[in-house]
Design a protein around this ligand. Structure first.
Ligand code: FE2
Length: 280
């Protein structure tokens, strides 16, 4: 077992679980180094795609919608000046890389497919897991954008719900540099919306509950480098903007049960040539 009875009970109760020192500092540094290499090789052309959670339907361009089986780069909203030029270097401007790093890059593949992670997912009773999506998140110094309160099941929906989020701190995450905030027990509140492909192109939100999230009960999850946070897909969570001088790099992986139905109107899609794979 990777998780003991007490940890499983905590996860059940809170909808998230913090595990310190799950990955080594060397593994964190290796992933960070590889992300730097990928960004160095990335040549932005034409219109640059930004990532913001505030106007998600407007900013869902083809580059974003086609990223389910690719390695693509999304800029911070505040990276550009009024003329559309970067205010700082390219490597300090990228918000995130997604969404198939774990299948297309050897370094990300080895970080994502370890016996420890496979055991942990088995302990959570996810049978025949499939690795659905991966993201490298930079939360850049000064301009790292806020991610508004959401449930991952809004974006990664299965029937029944079966997605588990794995959030790895590649650097210390604090309230200063934009750590995660979560609502303990909030995974029992029900799904508020789904982010789907709209008929005729683009995306839209299918809303089940209009009530905005109350942010009162959210607690900061300040964690040190090497920590893994497991997130139930219904857990409300967010991260504030990073106005500090330090970055807050994190890697996220989402896993689903292969027996669950993956609806075709989910925004994240793959070509038939690149089916989802498990931990082996
Ligand atoms: Fe999330």
């Amino acid at each position: 077992m990777a998780l003991n009875t007490q940890q499983l009970a905590q996860y059940e109760q809170n909808g998230f679980l913090v595990i310190e020192d799950f990955v080594s500092a060397a593994a964190c540094d290796g992933l960070r180094h590889r992300a730097e290499e990928l960004v160095a090789k990335f040549e932005p052309e034409g219109v640059k795609s930004i990532f913001t959670t505030r106007e998600q339907t407007r900013t869902s361009d083809d580059y974003f919608l086609g990223s389910g089986d690719q390695i693509r780069f999304f800029f911070e909203e505040d990276a550009f000046d009024a003329e559309g030029n970067l205010r700082q270097s390219k490597d300090r401007s990228i918000n995130k890389i997604g969404h198939a790093l774990h299948d297309l890059d050897a370094v990300f593949d080895s970080f994502s497919r370890t016996p420890e992670l496979a055991q942990l997912i088995a302990d959570l009773n996810v049978t025949e897991p499939l690795l659905l999506q991966s993201m490298y998140i930079f939360k850049q110094p000064r301009i790292g954008g806020e991610v508004t309160c959401h449930q991952d099941a809004t974006f990664l929906y299965t029937e029944p719900l079966s997605v588990t989020g794995l959030w790895f701190a590649l650097e210390d995450a604090t309230t200063e540099n934009g750590c995660l905030w979560a609502l303990p027990g909030g995974h029992r509140l029900g799904l508020k919306s789904r982010f789907v492909r709209a008929q005729g192109g683009g995306t839209s939100f299918e809303v089940f509950d209009q009530t905005p999230w109350s942010l009162d009960g959210l607690v900061p999850l300040e964690v040190r480098k090497g920590t893994l946070i497991i997130l139930n897909s219904l857990l409300p969570h967010m991260s504030r903007a990073n106005r500090s001088a330090r970055s807050r790099h994190a890697y996220t992986l989402h896993v689903m049960a292969s027996a669950s139905h993956y609806p075709p109107d989910n925004w994240l899609r793959r070509s038939p040539e690149m089916p989802l794979r498990g931990f082996v």
